[in-house]
Design a protein around this ligand. Sequence first.
Ligand SMILES: [Zn+2]
Length: 312
Amino acid sequence: MESGRRRSLTVFDAHCDSLTNVEDLSVLLEERQEGHWDLSRFVRGGGRWQVLAVFTPPRYRGKEAFLFAVAHVEKALEWMEASSRHLRLILSKRDLRDDGRVGILLALEGASPLIGRVDLLRIFFRLGVRLITLTWNYGNELADGVGVSDPKGLTEAGRKVVDACQNLGIAVDVSHLSLPSFISLMEVAEKPVIASHSNFYSLCPHRRNLTDKQALQIARRGGVIGLTFVPEFVGGGANRFLDHFFHGLQLVDQDHLAVGSDFDGCTNPVYPDASHYADLDQDLKKRGVPITVRDRFFSKNLLKFFKSVLPP
Ligand SMILES: [Zn+2]
């Protein structure tokens, strides 16, 4: 029962950019004045699991992109090792079990560091990367992003990398992916895929949002859509965000929606920082969303998704 007792919210957030937004990662352990995400605010907000992305800026290509991403993954690993009392790296299904620490799932946002090579993917897997957003807004060796003017489907290298991701146990993320690349991905993907930080195009016609057809395809294949707080993709403030939630609830149902804030990857998110998930929970409660549905939205759906994708 919900009434009486204070609800203990547990949150799994599918996208955050702090790793490549902050020079000295040690500042993320304590409450800081700038930015949206740090461990202190995240835990206070109910945070238990966070996908942290290494975003490789598009000015880096080829070996430069690889070196940039490897260096940032190493920096993240050092940070987590130094903070192992508070943080644990999620490598397998087993690591999703709650042991009191915040679970960090390492991601690459944009696959340019792979230079289209499966052996480099395997290196990132060995380093602990468990989610790859295939493109950022531009194209790379694997696929075309939403900013490409005449986008194509997955390349041959893209198909091989997707195949290898699914065999190794790396989640494939379609946020930022162009429609032709999305369509060809869905032809070859055998495991569920995720849209880690996208909303609904039918409510906010932005190129970064998913059409209803895309959302349904993701859901039918057992995937998850991480609704994002980016105001440009919401098309308004917190109230409009709730409209996206209810649209998703009707369209793909309660089993396929999650949170993908994009904290530290945007300006003026509709919920201001990682200590404010409870505000969203309250807003949903006020609009009559039952606790079982909210629990799925805030963590259970992502836990289930990663259990179906990660290595045992
Ligand atoms: Zn992004």
